[in-house]
Design a protein around this ligand. Structure first.
Ligand code: ASP
Ligand code: MG
Length: 470
């Protein structure tokens, strides 16, 4: 049994949906999968805009956007569904949702206020629409499948916008509603990202929540794997837009994947992976457009790790832009206790999250999200010591489980970065990452140099050297 999750771009056009159908047909030769879908790409963002516009009283703008959502799905149906009769039926089904969306828009505009609860209601339509169209197309292609409203299974608490499942109930509902269908060979198509409270109020798990939905179902059904289908070749050695030689990683551990996600790589969010880790269910990150390629396997299972080349010192290079460095220097720190707690109290008070930190006896350097640095925050820090800010920096982190046990890695990292101005250096306590902070304009050079050092040594040697005499 497997869970297959397809992201927004995999269901964003008729061509993409056809491709997904072909992938499911292939998978079904072994077993009927549970198919979890995101909204079509761009639709959730539009729904958020509709919600905000309605809440701010911009009814015309909101209605215009609802019109765009309608037109998008009608076009999709037109391009995807062959039979006129079936087209008509599915159009009626999505009309029910779109009419509700319109009414909700008007209701919120009249009330003049957008609650978190209403916002989740707005956002839920993306997945309801995408799955309705997709299940119809799958059926038309002759694949026995059933559409399920996930709100009958994914029962959550009422933290709107960030709801979490009540696992005992979800597990029981999954057994009762989903498992028997899969066991009888019927493909089940359902929504990622959304759920409902016990009282039946629609909730969402937070943006990007479809991956979490898929991992949860995998855990509840004890599936053999969780397949996350995206539009890239699995997890890459670094962002291919930055380094064209970037390669996809065959296999990595859960901790490497989590670390990478924390450090800014567009990998699965660590929270997403947690339910799979608990049950030791392998997670595959695959490319809808290259179904034949292997993608990336994320697992802790020694047997699975052993067979594939888990080796390699560095697994991947992650970049987080839009950061700022704060240097706080104070002689009061010297030999005195309590300074750090005073310092962190300021971060607590201003709800600023510290990303990287490195400290000496009389100074502390930290990186934070550049967008959250406010004058009042800096002023509060100023009461503790001299504060210096460097805006527009980025963290570049090298991640790999094998870093922990290897000698000479630091030498290679810093050797390769000899021509880059490093603003700060840090090694995570997990010892599986080494991070440096560089100016944003130096990111490309730093990433290329590191990639060259660890992934393409022979081809790239010397390319990044400064010419003699410069
Ligand atoms: N459609 C939702 C979003 O865009 C959930 C997801 O795609 O995972 O955030
Ligand atoms: Mg998504």
């Amino acid at each position: 049994m497997a869970v297959m999750k397809f992201g927004g771009t995999s269901v964003g056009t008729a061509d993409a949906m056809r491709q997904v159908i072909a992938i499911i047909v292939e998978k079904r030769k072994q077993d009927a999968p549970l198919v979890v879908l995101s909204a079509c790409s761009g639709i959730t963002n539009k729904l958020v805009k509709i919600a905000d516009a309605a809440g701010e009283g911009h009814l015309e703008e909101a209605k215009q956007l609802v019109g765009e959502v309608r037109a998008f799905h009608l076009d999709l149906i037109g391009a995807l569904i062959g039979s006129e009769k079936i087209r008509k039926e599915v159009t009626e089904k999505i009309d029910v949702y779109l009419t509700r969306l319109e009414r909700l828009t008007e209701g919120v505009e009249i009330v003049g206020e957008l609650s978190e609860r209403s916002k989740d209601r707005f956002c839920s339509f993306g997945e309801l629409l995408s799955t309705t169209v997709f299940a119809t197309a799958l059926n038309e292609q002759g694949v026995p499948c059933e559409w399920i409203d996930v709100r009958t299974v994914m029962i959550t608490d009422d933290r709107y916008g960030f709801a979490r499942p009540i696992e005992a109930i979800c597990q029981a509902k999954t057994e009762e509603i989903i498992r028997p269908k899969l066991e009888s060979g019927v493909v089940v198509v359902t929504q990622g990202y959304i759920g409902a409270t016990e009282a039946g109020k629609t909730t969402t798990l937070g943006r990007g929540g479809s991956d979490l939905s898929a991992a949860l179902f995998g855990a509840w059904l004890h599936t053999d794997s969780i397949d996350i289908w995206t539009d890239v070749d699995g997890v890459m050695t670094c962002d291919p837009r930055m380094v064209p030689e970037a390669r996809s990683i065959r296999v990595m551990t859960f901790s490497e994947a989590a670390e990478l996600a924390y450090l800014g790589a567009k990998v699965l969010h660590p929270d997403t992976i947690a339910p799979a880790v608990k049950q030791n269910i392998p997670v595959y990150v695959l490319n809808t457009w290259h179904p034949e390629s292997k993608g990336t396997l994320i697992t802790n299972d020694p047997a699975l790790l052993a067979g594939k080349s888990h080796g390699g010192l560095v697994k991947s290079i992650a970049v987080k832009k839009g950061q700022a460095i704060l240097n706080i220097r104070s002689n009061r720190m010297f030999g005195r206790h309590g300074f750090m707690s005073e310092l962190f109290e300021v971060f607590e008070r201003f709800a600023v999250s510290v990303e990287m930190i490195s400290t000496s006896e009389v100074s502390v350097s930290l990186t934070v999200d550049d967008a959250v640095v406010s004058d009042s925050f800096i002023k509060a820090l100023g009461a503790l010591g001299e504060v210096e800010i460097e805006h527009k920096v980025a963290t570049v982190s090298v991640v790999g489980d094998n870093l922990r046990m290897s000698r000479g890695v630091a030498g290679r990292i810093f050797g390769s970065l000899r021509n880059v101005n490093l603003r700060m250096i840090s090694q995570g306590a997990s010892e599986i990452n080494v991070g440096v902070v560089v100016g944003e304009s130096d990111v490309a050079a730093a990433v290329s140099a590191l990639h060259c050092e660890f992934f393409a040594e022979s081809q790239c040697a010397g390319i990044f050297e400064k010419p003699a005499g410069s």
